[in-house]
Design a protein around this ligand. Structure first.
Ligand SMILES: *Cc1c(COP(=O)(O)O)cnc(C)c1O
Length: 393
C-alpha cells in the first residue's frame, strides 16, 4: 500500500523535534550536530533569536497580501539585495526551482524582445542541479532527474564540466544563455575554477549571450563571500537564489541587471506567494546579518578551521576518505568507502551531513557554527570513520 506521504524521498530513521543553533534534537533528547543545515538552508542555524523575532513580529501583523498591492517588506529586501550585489532588480519566488523557471523565461524573453526569437537555447553543464520543475530538470539534463518524464522542455544543451572547447562549440546563433552553478552542490561539491568563470564571462560577452548563475546552494555567504561569483571578480546577468536567503523560511529570488530583465514587463510573470510579507521580513533579517562584512570575515575564519580539521580527518582515515574539496563552508569529503555508509555511521555518532554525487559527503554547517562545535563535529566524524573502517575490515 502506498504510504500516505508520497514516497519520493529516501528518509533516514531520524525525527527531530527541536533545533538550537547548530544542534538538532530528537524526541528522546539526543542532540545531533548539524553539518547539513537542511541542505544549505539554515544559514544562521536553528531558532536564531533575531529570525524568530522577525517572523513572529510580522506574523502578528500580516501574513499574506496579493502582489496586486504594494508590499513594503518585499521592497525593503529587494533594496537590500540590489545594494549588495550586481543586480538592478529582483523577483521573489518560493524556491530554487521557481527561480530557475523565471531565469529561463527571462533569458528567452530578452531575446524575443530584441528581435532574435530564434535565440532560445540554454547551455548547461553535466552534473548540474537546478531543481525539479520541468525547466529545472531540462536545464540540468541528468538521467537521474529526467528519466521517465519525457517529453522534456526543449531548448537545452549540455556540455562537460571542464571542457572549454566543448562549451565554445555548443554556442551558435540560437544560444540565449549559459546556466551554471559556480560551485556544483548535488553534483558533488565541484567548484568552477575562478579562471574558468572569468573565461565563461568573457565568452558570453564576446558572443553577446546571457550568463545565468545558479547560486541557490553556493550563495548567501556559504563560500565566505555573499555570493560565490564574487571570488572570480565577475558578475552574472541573471542569478537564481533560494535556500539560505530565507534562513529556513521558504523564499527564493531571481536577481538581474536592468538590461537582462528588460523583457519582463507587467503581466509577463507572477506568483501568488512569492515575496509575501512573512518570508520577506525574515529574508531582510537574514540579509542584514549575513551581508555584514564582519560576519563574512567570521565565515571565512570558521571555514579555514573546518577545512584544516577535515584535512586531518582525511589523513587519519585514508581508507575511508580520499580528500576534501569545496569553498568556504561548502565542503565535500570525497569518500573511498560508500558515502552513504559514512553518513549512516555519522547518524550513529549524532552528526548529520548530506550525501552528493561522485561519492561525496557534503559538509554544510550553519555559517555561525562555533569553533567548539566545529571541533566536536569533526570528533564525531572521526568516530564515524573509525566505525566504517572497522566494519570494512
Ligand atoms: C536546491 C537547489 C535548487 C532547487 O531548489 P528548490 O528550492 O529545492 O526548488 C536549484 N539549484 C541548486 C543549485 C540547488 O542546490
Amino acid at each position: 500500500m502506498i504510504p500516505s506521504v508520497l514516497p519520493t524521498y529516501n528518509r533516514a530513521p531520524l525525527s527531530f523535534v527541536k533545533g538550537e543553533g547548530s544542534w538538532l534534537i530528537e524526541a528522546d533528547g539526543r542532540r545531533f550536530l548539524d553539518l547539513a543545515s537542511g541542505i544549505a538552508v539554515n544559514v544562521l542555524g536553528h531558532a536564531h533569536p533575531d529570525l524568530v523575532a522577525a517572523l513572529t513580529e510580522q506574523a502578528g501583523k500580516l501574513w499574506h497580501v496579493s502582489n496586486l498591492y504594494q508590499i513594503p517588506q518585499q521592497q525593503a529586501l529587494a533594496d537590500r539585495l540590489v545594494e549588495a550585489t550586481f543586480a538592478d532588480t529582483v523577483f521573489f519566488t518560493n524556491s530554487g526551482t521557481e527561480s530557475c523557471e523565471l531565469a529561463v523565461k527571462m533569458a528567452r524573453k530578452y531575446w524575443y524582445d530584441k528581435g532574435q526569437p530564434e535565440r532560445v537555447e540554454i547551455i548547461g553543464f553535466e552534473g548540474a542541479f537546478h531543481g525539479r520543475s520541468s525547466a529545472g530538470i531540462a536545464a540540468a539534463g541528468g538521467e537521474k532527474l529526467t528519466k521517465g518524464f519525457a517529453p522534456l522542455l526543449p531548448g537545452f544543451v549540455h556540455v562537460p564540466w571542464d571542457d572549454r572547447a566543448a562549451l565554445e562549440a555548443a554556442i551558435d546563433e540560437t544560444t540565449a544563455a549559459v546556466i551554471v552553478e559556480p560551485v556544483q552542490g548535488e553534483g558533488g561539491i565541484r567548484p568552477m575554477e575562478d579562471a574558468d568563470l572569468k573565461a565563461l564571462r568573457a565568452l558570453c560577452d564576446a558572443q553577446g549571450i546571457l550568463l545565468i548563475l545558479d547560486e541557490v546552494q553556493c550563495g548567501m555567504g556559504r563560500t565566505g563571500r555573499l555570493f560565490a561569483h564574487e571570488w572570480a571578480g565577475i558578475v552574472p546577468d541573471i542569478m537564481m537564489v533560494a535556500k539560505g536567503i530565507g534562513g529556513g523560511f521558504p523564499l527564493g529570488a531571481v536577481l538581474a541587471s536592468e538590461e537582462a530583465a528588460s523583457g519582463m514587463t507587467a503581466g509577463t510573470h507572477g506568483s501568488t506567494y512569492g515575496g509575501n510579507p512573512l518570508a520577506c521580513a525574515v529574508g531582510a533579517k537574514v540579509m542584514e546579518i549575513v551581508a555584514d562584512p564582519a560576519f563574512l570575515d567570521q565565515v571565512r575564519a570558521r571555514a579555514g578551521a573546518m577545512r584544516q580539521k577535515l584535512e586531518g580527518l582525511v589523513a587519519a582515515h585514508p581508507d575511508v576518505f580520499e580528500g576534501v574539496r569545496g569553498s568556504g563552508l561548502m565542503l565535500g569529503l570525497k569518500c573511498r568507502a560508500a558515502n552513504t555508509d559514512v553518513l549512516a555511521a555519522g547518524y550513529d555518532n549524532a552528526v548529520v551531513a548530506v550525501p552528493a554525487a561522485d561519492n561525496v559527503l557534503r559538509i554544510l554547517p550553519p555559517l555561525n557554527i562555533s569553533d567548539e562545535e566545529i571541533a566536536e563535529a569533526v570528533e564525531r566524524l572521526d568516530r564515524a570513520a573509525a566505525q566504517v573502517a572497522a566494519s570494512g575490515a
